[in-house]
Write a protein that binds this ligand. Structure first.
Ligand code: SF4
Length: 406
């Protein structure tokens, strides 16, 4: 009996921490992936995963430089950047962040030099990717933005930094401004789109329309910058259906052969954080957060949609900064949210293939690297796999990046 062999659908990025398989200079697509469900004789080799989409081996480490609320025209209803980033913000926050970054980069340079001197045959630690996060980078006062870019360029010249990215709002970019950023060494711009839906954007008082967000995505990609799109399932006005539509829009264009403009996505399910206007709405009963089950269900669909277009989802949920737990009043918070969603997406991917078998499955090969993920967080998917006819006894671990079903 021949086996049904199909690859892990998640794109793996070869060159950076979050590009979803594109290179760092404006969007060369990942190597083409074999069609899921390609049927071969048992054991017939599909191309190894590393040849298809690279390995994470060479990803630069990220050095986040948090600039809480810097440049933001107003405070968004759900946002508590000081809590989310663990940084205080305030008038001197940019200067403080730059001082800390400078000290860290000096330390990195020393570590690299020491490693090279100690053993020239061993590779020194790789360079860093600077990420200006936590505010609206493109609306920073000119002098402060220039100081940020100068710091990045200086350390790039010394080989300590290899890439630079920033985050901003869709209504805070212009073609000219993006061209200037590109010329100053910016590689990637992440847009805090949150939603493309006009009603949701209005309900969350975001201050721009979906057409502005779509145009901003096109502008970033058109400027030769990598584009990252951040979406917020569960934001006021964003239902699961709206979120699914947002993911589809974030993956445009969908004409044959065209790679999406976005190199990668981030999903940040909306939490009610202490001290935000959203907390007041929630207390008044005007905002109902998504449950964890609804969130995982929608995220799993979003993951599958993104993976089907070769786009990685590089983050699901806020980073666990100090103080975040205390600040969360309500919402789908879980320490393993990404794992929950990924495991469920993989289960759905496998279920679609099980349905193609002529009879019940008897053997199930799984890439060894998924050992900790297959059965879900705390083995929560064992019963769901059993319902598909897959038990632990029939699983074996494969050394390539393909599943196989017999
Ligand atoms: S623009 Fe972004 S960083 Fe600024 S308040 Fe709004 S969500 Fe927060």
């Amino acid at each position: 009996m021949s086996a049904l062999i199909f690859p892990v659908p998640e794109p793996v990025c070869a060159s950076c921490a979050s590009c979803g398989g594109r290179d760092g200079r404006g969007g060369r697509p990942a190597a083409p992936r074999p069609a899921a469900g390609a049927e071969t004789a048992r054991g017939a080799a599909l191309p190894p995963a590393a040849a298809r989409a690279g390995t994470p081996r060479n990803r630069p480490r990220i050095l986040p430089i948090f600039l809480p609320f810097a440049g933001c025209p107003s405070r968004c209803v759900f946002c508590a950047q000081d809590v989310q980033t663990g940084q205080r913000g305030g008038a001197d926050s940019i200067a403080r962040a730059m001082e800390q970054a400078e000290a860290r980069l000096k330390q990195e340079a020393r570590t690299m030099d020491t490693a090279r001197e100690a053993d020239a045959t061993q590779p020194a630690p790789g360079p860093l990717e600077i990420a200006f996060y936590g505010g609206t980078f493109t609306l920073l006062p000119e002098a402060e933005r220039a100081a940020c870019l100068e710091l990045a360029a200086r350390w790039r010249e010394r080989g300590v930094v290899c890439r630079v990215r920033c985050s901003t709002r869709p209504d805070a970019v212009t073609e000219r401004g993006l061209a200037n950023l590109r010329a100053a060494g910016m590689d990637c711009v992440e847009l805090g789109v949150q939603s493309f839906d006009d009603a949701a954007l209005s309900a969350a008082s975001r201050g721009y329309a979906g057409s502005v967000a779509r145009a901003a995505c096109a502008m970033v990609a058109g400027a030769g910058l990598q584009l990252g799109v951040q979406l917020m399932p569960g934001m006021p006005g964003v239902t699961p259906e709206v979120f699914r539509a947002d993911v589809r829009t974030a993956l445009l264009p969908d004409n044959a052969g065209a790679h999406p403009l976005a190199s990668f996505l981030r999903f940040y399910p909306c939490l009610v954080l202490r001290g935000t206007p959203l907390a007041e709405r929630w207390r008044a009963g005007d905002h109902v957060p998504w449950t964890l089950d609804i969130t995982v269900d929608a995220l799993a669909d979003g993951l599958l949609a993104a993976w089907a277009r070769g786009v990685a989802v590089v983050r699901m949920g806020l980073s666990p900064e100090d103080g975040l737990d205390d600040a969360v009043l309500a919402g789908p918070v879980h320490p393993a949210l990404g794992q929950l969603a990924k495991a469920e997406a993989l289960r759905r991917h496998v279920a679609a293939q099980v349905a193609r078998l002529p009879g019940p499955p008897v053997r199930f090969g799984v890439p060894r690297r998924l050992r900790g993920l297959l059965w879900g967080h705390a083995n929560g998917l064992v019963d769901a796999y059993a319902a598909m006819g897959i038990t632990r006894a029939m699983v074996y671990w494969r050394d390539d990046d393909n599943f196989s079903l017999e």
